[in-house]
Design a protein around this ligand. Structure first.
Ligand SMILES: Nc1ncnc2c1ncn2[C@@H]1O[C@H](COP(=O)(O)OP(=O)(O)OP(=O)(O)O)[C@@H](O)[C@H]1O
Length: 262
């Protein structure tokens, strides 16, 4: 089974340590959410996993080959149509034009874009449509690891729910592993199998929660109740600045595997 193992990851920007002794595992088919307040190092960590940033120190092993990334900003090529944006990675892989346009269109349509939307340029698309294009652009390559950097944070509640559903369907169909970072605990409760709480200065992982209920069985009521329950945890309250107290040291291996089950 494909897996990513990270141990003893440290990162410094100049003299400032932003990640300290970060370690976790991620397996195929699993969705792991790293949740924490602004500035705790979530994006830095995701950039390390994506191979875009070399950490100061780390032991990393991964058997995932195809990595797809979806960022908060859709970052589409303004001179290309939605269809060509979705097909971009296929072009880079050398897939012939007709085949890549066919695959990109099929996925775009499944993601709720119309034929006419696919012919538009990014500036002609709404923010929600741009997000669909960005998600489709990552999924069209059938990544076995998908990295999500708060891609839904700017969307309205209805669109979020729809994109969550599309993402769930794609992930279930392909057994993709997902590593998502977010400061939205409720989003994590809705989508993840496991949640790890991160706290800042320096960024570290301090508490793991395992969500046992299957994603498709999670009702809104369950999500609200579970989020409220997790908000009671001391690490979550202190991490988000809802309570005073000393922030805990990094979570060590024995605790990571015996995460609190909710
Ligand atoms: N290129 C950089 N050079 C120096 N410091 C940086 C750089 N990038 C990020 N930082 C600092 O590192 C810390 C972690 O930043 P990072 O963006 O990883 O946090 P985050 O948890 O993703 O924040 P947010 O949720 O606000 O996006 C912050 O204090 C930030 O100011």
């Amino acid at each position: 089974m494909n897996a990513l193992h990270i141990r003893h990851l440290y990162h410094r920007y100049g003299l400032t340590e932003v990640l300290a002794d970060v370690g976790f595992d991620l397996y195929a088919g699993e969705t792991l959410a790293l949740v924490g307040p602004s500035g705790c190092g979530k994006s830095t960590l995701l950039h390390v996993v994506a191979g875009l940033l070399r950490p100061s120190e780390a032991v990393i092993s991964s058997t995932f080959r195809g990595i797809g990334c979806v960022f908060q900003e859709p970052c589409l090529m303004p001179w290309k149509t939605a269809l060509d944006n979705i097909a971009l990675g296929l072009k880079a892989l050398g897939v012939p034009k007709a085949a890549r346009r066919r695959q990109a269109a099929a996925l775009g349509l499944r993601m709720g874009l119309g034929e006419e939307d696919l012919a538009k340029y990014p500036h002609e698309l709404s923010g929600g449509m741009q997000s669909r294009v960005s998600l489709a652009r990552a999924l069209v390559l059938s990544p076995d690891l998908l990295l999500l950097d708060e891609p839904f944070s700017a969307l309205d509640v209805g669109l979020k729910a729809e994109l969550y559903g599309l993402l769930r369907e794609q992930v279930a169909r392909r057994g993709t592993a997902v590593l998502m970072i977010t400061h939205d605990l409720m989003e994590a409760v809705r989508l993840a199998d496991r949640i790890i709480m991160m706290v800042p200065a320096p960024g570290r992982l301090v508490r793991e929660f395992v969500l046992e209920l299957a994603r498709e069985e999670r009702t809104d009521a369950w999500v609200y109740r579970t989020t409220a329950e997790l908000m009671q945890a001391e690490e979550v309250r202190i991490g988000f600045g809802l309570a005073q107290g000393e922030l805990p040291p990094p979570l060590h291996e024995h605790a990571r595997h015996g995460g609190c089950v909710v």
